[in-house]
Design a protein around this ligand. Structure first.
Ligand SMILES: C[S@@+](CC[C@H](N)C(=O)[O-])C[C@H]1O[C@@H](n2cnc3c(N)ncnc32)[C@H](O)[C@@H]1O
Length: 234
């Protein structure tokens, strides 16, 4: 039987961790995937996984032509470098690797996902500032982040709907990969969480009589925070 994200960990984990895993479930953004294209630094992969987990994005895909990651998520969860850099978030957020950008797009499109890419530069036909985008339009959305040096590939731009940019006000050309994933996913998850709190289905169908909460109560959050999760080295 296939292992569901976090299921095996939940079985083995302490009740306090299981309680938290259950409490955060309704806040996770369904059908939202972060994709990192050809990252070269394992620390960045770990930090993006940590951001994905912390912000309630459902999954992360890694285009990994250098084969830096094992094929199987179970093995990734046991890989020390990933576990350390993601502060164990890799144990809870499902990670899938692909050999190439096209393989990843083929898989996403077969499963009816729309993609948007991110870049500090103008790329392709449709360029959007992050704060002006509507990220609830598509029921299934993948948000792509590019390589640390080269940025997002032309192929990814070609196969995506739009390119998002975080406005920049400094001298430096771009933000760091992991930092930009945190900023972009914060906005995208905030919008999608609000949407799923109000509607059960896509296209604003299945409106709930009472919207669900979009954040966990501060006290409950503190109570459920487990010392065994997210021991921070950074
Ligand atoms: C260090 S940047 C790559 C810089 C590279 N020279 C380029 O041309 O994009 C790594 C990734 O972070 C994301 N990124 C960095 N700054 C961004 C910004 N201002 N807006 C949107 N994404 C950004 C993009 O996904 C980018 O591919």
């Amino acid at each position: 039987m296939p292992v569901v994200a976090g299921e095996a960990v939940r079985k083995k984990s302490k009740p306090s961790v299981r309680n938290r895993a259950n409490a955060i479930k309704p806040f996770v953004c369904k059908n939202l995937i972060a994709v990192i294209e050809a990252p070269s630094d394992i620390k960045n992969i770990g930090t993006v996984i940590r951001n994905v987990n912390a912000l309630g994005c459902e999954k992360i895909y890694v285009v990994d032509p250098r084969r830096a990651l094992p094929d199987d998520w179970q093995e990734m969860r046991e890989q020390r470098s990933l576990s350390a850099t993601s502060v164990s978030a890799v144990k809870w957020s499902f990670v899938k690797r692909f050999d190439s950008t096209d393989d990843c797009f083929d898989h996403l499109e077969r499963n009816n996902f729309h993609s948007v890419v991110t870049s500090p530069h103008l790329k392709g036909q449709t360029n959007i500032w992050l704060h002006e985008g509507d990220f609830t339009e598509h029921a299934k959305l993948a948000v792509w982040f590019g390589n640390e040096k080269r940025g997002i590939s032309d192929r990814a731009v070609e196969r995506s709907d739009a390119c998002l940019a975080i406005p920049m006000f400094g001298i430096i050309e771009s933000l760091n990969l992991a930092t930009s994933s945190g900023i972009v996913l914060y906005e995208v998850t905030k919008q999608r969480r609000e949407y799923q709190s109000k509607f059960r289905k896509r296209d604003k169908r299945g409106e709930r009589s009472e919207p669900l909460p979009t954040v966990m109560g501060r006290e409950e959050n503190t109570r459920l925070q487990s010392k065994s999760l997210g021991k921070d080295g950074a």
